[in-house]
Design a protein around this ligand. Structure first.
Ligand code: FRU
Length: 528
């Protein structure tokens, strides 16, 4: 699947690690001086120190630490035999890198999966005083795949008794064998309190399997979830399954990432909302009724943290900020890929049924530096409201409330923001009353020639509600934009590679009828 030129990449990797360990003229280690300052390096998103990263894995909260494991290839900056990299955060924005948690073994390389705290020590792998942290992952056996077997993916477990710092693979692995399904991977496990059992969901080609267990070791099949598909839909991957409550009502949410046929091409993540009786998930819409969790091109394989304390009660999600169409080719060298900002998922309801809102976690406010309040008033053509970043990186949060006449559908009113770099590269995020879409145009946004699938204008439908107000809430890092419309019912996450960030900020409207009601721009602080 994603092999690439391993020997060449290994040489690059050796070169990178050699140069990064060398010292400069003052004897200071080079990597201290240049730490996280490379071109395109995200300044407030998680990215690995070096080499290749894809899906977030094993996200679990324990004793004040949010763990993030991730699909990691430590020897090259392209996808290869998978390990679980590891990092932690105590505030969801500042990260600490930890050593690799899981290495390939005789059963295979370590594909995606999840982690839980086995509070009652149901597995017997820890004790009641020291409950084990248990990782449930897919072993991918490349040799079996090459020999033509269909049983090359199966589910295994590993446990840690020291807060995720060291791991022991369970000697009886795999805990769930493959009965002959080609794609059989990405287990997400959670404790189902009402039935006093563990539930595992995982992807099996074109469907989601539901299994249950009393102890994380013996697993029994409960059911399958299948839904109508579009013709270009890729293989199903990386599910997540959890309840969300709004007021009196609790609904179950099933996230599914799909390898192709995403909202603007390539990979993307959708969700189903319905009910769960402990055995079977039934979607509210009989044919499926999937929606996208993010309409941008760059949010894939995202899942949520488990074991967030009930006093907190949030469901916090994080995705891989890339797309399989070009992930191996994006123009960074020392490292490849970053994660999205952590987002809180909330249950919303409209006349069309339930949906998810996703908003950046409140902890992102810790990133804020200086703030500028914009003058309310009509927005005329292109109005420059920046730059504000004298010495710092041009990384910022924009929070704008526009007011427009909702009856102007046919007139074609367009408004939003245009970001511009010193080199006149541009990225725009615009709402059009005529198409009722929000679009992000990144075709002139900087380096884009590494893949024909990268440049373009990417859109998400936005239904005018009649209030005539629309909020653009965006986070701009050196190589990404995350745009949350209103309260996060529409989100677009997009990579972009301007030479050195976008320092000019313009408000834009093609007609004078649009007003800025309120507006704040915050410069953000680098986390590295
Ligand atoms: C999703 C995915 C998973 C798999 C992993 C391998 O991006 O293809 O299905 O476990 O990546 O790295």
């Amino acid at each position: 699947m994603r092999t690439g030129c391993i020997i060449f990449s290994t040489l690059i990797a050796l070169f990178i690690s050699f140069t990064s360990c060398s010292t400069n003229e003052s004897g200071e280690p080079e990597n201290q001086k240049t730490y996280y300052t490379e071109q395109y390096r995200p300044q407030f998103h998680f990215s690995p120190d070096s080499m290749w990263m894809n899906d977030p894995n094993g996200m679990v909260y324990y004793e004040g630490e949010y763990h993030l494991f991730y699909q990691y290839h430590p020897y090259t900056n392209v996808w290869g035999p998978m390990h679980w990299g590891h990092a932690i955060t105590t505030d969801l924005v500042h990260w600490e890198h930890l050593p690799i948690a899981l290495y390939p073994d005789s059963l295979g390389t370590i594909f995606s999966g999840s982690a839980v705290i086995d509070w009652n020590n149901s597995s017997g792998l820890g004790s009641s005083e020291n409950p084990p942290m248990v990782a449930i992952f897919t072993h991918h056996n490349q040799k079996l795949a090459e020999e033509g077997s269909l049983q090359f993916q199966y589910q295994s477990i590993a446990y840690s008794l020291d807060k995720g710092r060291s791991w022991t693979k369970y000697p009886g692995n795999p805990v769930l064998k493959n009965s002959g399904i080609r794609d059989f991977r990405d287990p997400k496990v959670s404790w189902y309190e009402a039935g006093q059992k563990w539930i595992m969901v995982f992807a099996a080609q074109d469907r989601i399997m539901f299994y249950s267990s009393p102890n994380l070791i013996q697993w029994d099949k409960e059911s399958e979830f299948i839904a109508e598909k579009t013709s270009d839909e890729g293989v199903w991957e990386c599910p997540d399954f959890f309840p969300l409550t709004s007021g009196e009502e609790t609904k179950w949410v099933l996230l599914v990432s799909i390898g192709g046929g995403g909202p603007n091409g390539g990979s993307g993540t959708k969700y189903y909302i319905g009910d769960f009786d402990g055995e079977k998930f039934i979607s509210d819409v009989p044919s499926g009724g999937a929606r996208w969790i993010d309409l941008g091109k760059d949010n894939y394989a995202g899942v949520s943290w488990s074991d967030i304390p009930s006093e907190d009660g949030r469901r916090i999600f994080l995705g891989w900020m890339s797309n399989w169409q070009y992930a191996n080719k994006v123009p960074s060298q020392r490292w490849r890929s970053a994660m999205t900002l952590p987002r809180e998922l909330k249950l919303g309801k409209s006349e069309k049924g339930y949906f998810l809102n996703s908003v950046p976690v409140v902890e992102t406010e810790l990133l804020r530096g200086d703030q500028i309040k914009l003058e309310p008033g009509p927005v005329k053509d292109r109005q420059n409201v920046g730059p504000f970043f004298e010495d710092a990186y041009p990384i910022y949060e924009i929070d704008l409330l526009f007011e427009f006449d909702p009856d102007l559908h046919e007139e074609g009113v367009e408004f939003g923001i245009v970001l511009e770099s010193k080199q006149h590269e541009q990225l725009s995020a615009v709402f059009s009353t005529r198409t009722q879409q929000v679009s992000i145009a990144r075709n002139q946004s900087g380096k884009a020639d590494f893949s024909v699938n990268f440049p373009g204008v990417h859109v998400g439908p936005y239904q005018v509600t009649g209030t005539g107000e629309i909020r653009f809430h965006a986070f701009i890092d050196l190589s990404s934009i995350e745009l949350f419309m209103d309260d996060g019912a529409l989100v677009l996450t997009e990579l972009c590679f301007p030479e050195s960030g976008f320092e000019q900020i313009h408000l834009y409207a093609n007609k004078e009828s649009v007003k800025l009601k309120t507006g704040t721009i915050y410069s953000l602080k680098s986390i590295w």
